[in-house]
Design a protein around this ligand. Structure first.
Ligand SMILES: C[S@@+](CC[C@H](N)C(=O)[O-])C[C@H]1O[C@@H](n2cnc3c(N)ncnc32)[C@H](O)[C@@H]1O
Length: 372
């Protein structure tokens, strides 16, 4: 196995994230004369509050484009890398940390997925970014280039295209990792847009190498997460796809039954100093990173031996009892315990964490379905 050369990268993921954040913010500051923090705030409004009006134009505006590069690029790259790290620990990415990756970054913006893969696994063997906006990919490439040696930089390719025609592409070589992050919500919400999303995903799955993985990530809000949950139920019917995570094998997502539930996870992280400064100025709270996601592979690649219950709620404390929902291969369960007696067992679990059915045997009570 080839060992990854991390020579000019900090050793820990936390430090690599800190470095990416600091450098991308400083780089973005130099790219445009307007106030960067003001542009980050405007971009946030465009991406959330005024989404429908602003969607098509936010990357065409030079100030907002560089605000994405200076804040959202490192933020989202960090989120993806931290999730990749967690999935590696959970056993879903066997061998990924030991081999140089071939990565396809779909709807890449300023090469966010590519940066995330580098943060998580080190220099890449080959990477292709696809986006309908060439300017944003170029700005990401120009930023990233000084971090790479000449050989790696030559193996990063930018392709301007609409993802709707992905199935007609021939990239010559298959990919170890395909990332589609924060893109699907731009296709639109509701079941009307499901066929278009499925078409892109199924085309991408065909481009995976044996043992390859496709990571779809979306914001952890209710609308985006519920769209992912519906997509997941549709993918469950697809003979060419395996859903490896976060789902535990159940045929229909149990959280879809109730409109107020949504399956999302949280990542605790060491927030970079520059991120803290921006968040304090604008009033963001990024102390925990929220996300929803799907990890897919070609059919028949279910890894064995991984834990298969997943925590899908926060802590619910009522009359001295703490409860957590766990999604299992057969049903949604409620785990409960008297907090006073076993304080440390359920409460420290992070939303989205994987556990084994036997982890708390005899210590927590297990109840069928949601009981709270
Ligand atoms: C919010 S950005 C996400 C960028 C990056 N993947 C990330 O995680 O930060 C969405 C990107 O998807 C691209 N995009 C959306 N729909 C697309 C389509 N149909 N074809 C190609 N690119 C698309 C946009 O141009 C934009 O760069």
């Amino acid at each position: 196995m080839t060992k990854i050369n991390l020579s000019n990268m900090p050793v820990t993921l936390d430090d690599r994230i800190e470095q990416l954040f600091t450098r991308s913010y400083q780089y973005a500051q130099r790219l445009h004369r307007s106030d960067l923090i003001g542009d980050i705030e405007k971009l946030w409004q465009a991406l959330t509050l005024e989404r429908a009006d602003s969607l098509s134009s936010y990357f065409k505006n030079a100030g907002l484009r560089r605000a994405y590069l200076g804040y959202y690029m490192p933020l989202y790259a960090a989120k993806i890398a931290l999730l990749l790290q967690r999935l590696t620990k959970e056993g879903f990415l066997p061998g990924f940390a030991e081999k140089p990756m071939r990565v396809l970054d779909l709807g890449s913006g300023p090469l966010v997925g590519i940066s995330a893969a580098r943060l998580a696994f080190g220099p890449l063997k080959r990477a292709i970014a696809v986006d309908r906006e060439i300017g944003t990919m170029r700005s990401g490439y120009e930023f990233l280039k000084p971090f790479m040696n000449e050989e790696e930089a030559k193996q990063i390719f930018l392709r301007r295209a609409n993802l709707g025609v992905l199935k007609s592409f021939d990239f010559q070589e298959p990919f170890d990792l395909i990332i589609l992050s924060h893109v699907l919500n731009e296709f639109g919400s509701s079941s009307r847009f499901l066929p278009k999303k499925l078409e892109v995903i199924l085309a991408a799955i065909n481009m995976l190498a044996d043992g390859g993985r496709m990571l779809i990530m979306e914001p952890g809000n209710r609308v985006c997460s519920r769209d992912i949950m519906s997509l997941r139920d549709a993918l469950f019917e697809e003979p060419s796809v395996s859903i490896l995570a976060p789902c535990t094998g159940i045929d229909q997502c149990p959280l879809l039954k109730n409109a107020t539930d949504w399956c999302h996870g949280e990542l605790d992280w060491k927030r970079p100093a520059i991120c803290v400064k921006i968040d304090e100025k604008i009033g963001f709270d990024k102390s925990m990173l929220k996300y929803s996601y799907l990890l897919l592979s070609k059919k028949a690649e279910q890894p064995e031996g991984v834990k298969n219950w997943r925590i899908v709620s926060g802590n619910m404390v009522h009359e001295g009892v703490v409860r957590r929902y766990a999604c299992t291969p057969s049903e949604l369960l409620t785990l409960s315990q008297r907090e006073v007696t076993y304080k440390s067992v359920l409460t420290p679990l992070v939303r989205g964490e994987l556990i084994a059915a036997t982890d708390f045997e005899g210590r927590v009570q297990v109840v069928n379905e949601k009981s709270f």
